[in-house]
Ligand binder design. Structure first.
Ligand SMILES: Nc1ncnc2c1ncn2[C@@H]1O[C@H](COP(=O)(O)OP(=O)(O)OP(=O)(O)O)[C@@H](O)[C@H]1O
Ligand SMILES: [Mg+2]
Length: 368
C-alpha cells in the first residue's frame, strides 16, 4: 500500500476495523505467550488489516517486523527452507558471493555467507540462529514481530537436511518455543484456508499454545457508512447512492468489500438494478459450473438453501459415505465456494453473493 499522487475516479477504501485493530494492539502489548492465527473467508480483509495495523504500530513503538506474504513469493516455488527465509548480508560476507545468488527470497534474516553455508551443511541450526536474532532485538528494546500471511503455501516444503522433516512442523515447534516458552517474539499467522487452519488446530501441540481470531466481512452499519459516503471513502464524485440503493447492494453482496468495490466500478456506466441482476446471474453461473454433473456437490449445496451454516454431522441425512463427504467439502473449501470456520467447525457459503448463487440455481431447477 504505497502512497502515490494519482487521482482515480474510484480509490481503495478502508472502512472501520477499530475492533480488530484494538484486538491486535492488545495482542502485541502482552508478553508473547501464544501464536495468533487470523482466519476469515476469502477476501475478508486479513492482509489489508495487517498492513494497516503495522503502519499504525510502527509509529507508536519500536518494532522489528518481518512480514512475509507467502502468496506473493512462493507460487510455483520449491526451494528449501534456508534459501527461502535467509538472505545474505553482503556487508558481512567475505570473498566471492556470486554462487550464493539463490538465497534471500525474503531476506528474512540477513547473515554472512559463511553462516548460511554452515546452516546448509547442517553444522549450524537455523532455528537457533533465528532465536539469537530475537534475543538480540529484545536486548536492544525492540519487539520482534513475525507475521506470515498464507502460511499454507509452504506446506509442501521440506528441510534441506533430512528429507522427511516438513518445514511447517519445524516452524510450529519453533514458534511455540518462541512464544509460550521463551516469550521472545510475537508470531501472527494469517490464512483463508480453513482446512489448513483446522489441521493446525487439531494438532495437539498447538491447541494450548494458539489463539484464533476471525476477521470477517464488514458489518451492515459499516457497509452502509461506506455506500452512503462514497466521496469520503472511495473518492467517487461521479454519483452518490440513496439509502434504498445502498441497501440493495448490501442485500446482494453483504459486507464483502471486494464485491462492493466491483459493483461500485460498474455503476459508473450501468444502472444499479441491472448491475445487481447481472451479479446474481453471474453467481448462479459460478455455482452451476461448479456443480456440473456432480450429484454429491449438488446435494451438499442444496442444504444451504434452508440453512445458514452446517457441521459435518448435519449432512448425515444425505447418506454420502463419510470419506467421500469429507473430500467433497474439502474441495468446496479449496475452491472458495464454502468457508470452513475452524472455531465452530461449521461450513457456510463464502459470502452472501454465493448464497444468492445457490438459491437462484436451485430455484431455476424447480422452474425447469
Ligand atoms: N476495511 C476495509 N474497507 C474497505 N475495503 C477493504 C477493507 N479491507 C480490505 N478491503 C478490500 O477488500 C479486498 C480484499 O482484501 P484482502 O486482500 O486484505 O483480504 P484477505 O482476507 O487477505 O484475502 P485472501 O483471503 O485472498 O487472503 C481488497 O480489495 C481490499 O482493498
Ligand atoms: Mg490475504
Amino acid at each position: 500500500m504505497t502512497k502515490d499522487k494519482f487521482e482515480y475516479r474510484k480509490d481503495t477504501a478502508f472502512i472501520n476495523r477499530e475492533k480488530e485493530l484494538d484486538y491486535l494492539r492488545g495482542f502485541i502489548n502482552e508478553r508473547p505467550e501464544s501464536i495468533l492465527f487470523i482466519h476469515g473467508p476469502k477476501s475478508s480483509g486479513k492482509t489489508t488489516l495487517l498492513y494497516k495495523f503495522l503502519a499504525q504500530l510502527e509509529k507508536e513503538q519500536k518494532l522489528d517486523v518481518k512480514f512475509f506474504n507467502l502468496r506473493k513469493k512462493l507460487i510455483g516455488y520449491n526451494k528449501d527452507f534456508i534459501r527461502i527465509f535467509f538472505g545474505i548480508d553482503y556487508g558481512k560476507s567475505k570473498g566471492d558471493v556470486k554462487e550464493t545468488r539463490e538465497y534471500g527470497i525474503f531476506n528474512f534474516f540477513k547473515l554472512s555467507v559463511e553462516v548460511l553455508k554452515g546452516m546448509e551443511s547442517g553444522e549450524l541450526d537455523p532455528f537457533e540462529i533465528m532465536k539469537l536474532e530475537f534475543v538480540k532485538q529484545n536486548r536492544k528494546g525492540i519487539k520482534p514481530v513475525l507475521i506470515i500471511d498464507e502460511l499454507q503455501a509452504i506446506d509442501h516444503i521440506y528441510m534441506n537436511n533430512g528429507k522427511d522433516r516438513r518445514v511447517i512442523i519445524e516452524l510450529f515447534n519453533f514458534f511455540v518455543a518462541m512464544t509460550k516458552e521463551s516469550h521472545l517474539a510475537h508470531i501472527i499467522i494469517a490464512s483463508s484456508d480453513g482446512y489448513f487452519l483446522n489441521t493446525v488446530y487439531n494438532d495437539s501441540r498447538l491447541k494450548k499454545t494458539s489463539k484464533f481470531y476471525k476477521v470477517d466481512y464488514l458489518q451492515q452499519k459499516d457497509a452502509m457508512e461506506w455506500l452512503l459516503n462514497l466521496e469520503k471513502h472511495s473518492k467517487i464524485k461521479d454519483y452518490a447512492l440513496t439509502r434504498e440503493e445502498a441497501e440493495k447492494i448490501w442485500d446482494t453482496v453483504g459486507g464483502s468489500m471486494w464485491e462492493i468495490q466491483d459493483i461500485l466500478g460498474e455503476l459508473f456506466t450501468d444502472p444499479l438494478d441491472s448491475v445487481l441482476e447481472l451479479y446474481k446471474r453471474k453467481m448462479r453461473g459460478i455455482i452451476d459450473f461448479y456443480i456440473e454433473l456432480s450429484s454429491g456437490r449438488k446435494k451438499i449445496l442444496k442444504c444451504f438453501v434452508e440453512n445458514d451454516s452446517l457441521g459435518l454431522k448435519d449432512f448425515a441425512s444425505l447418506r454420502i459415505d463419510t470419506d467421500v463427504l469429507k473430500e467433497l467439502l474439502k474441495d468446496m473449501v479449496k475452491n472458495n465456494i464454502l468457508y470452513f470456520d475452524p472455531t465452530d467447525a461449521v461450513y457456510y457459503p463464502q459470502s452472501k453473493s454465493y448464497r444468492w448463487g445457490i438459491d437462484i440455481y436451485f430455484e431455476t431447477l424447480k422452474e425447469k
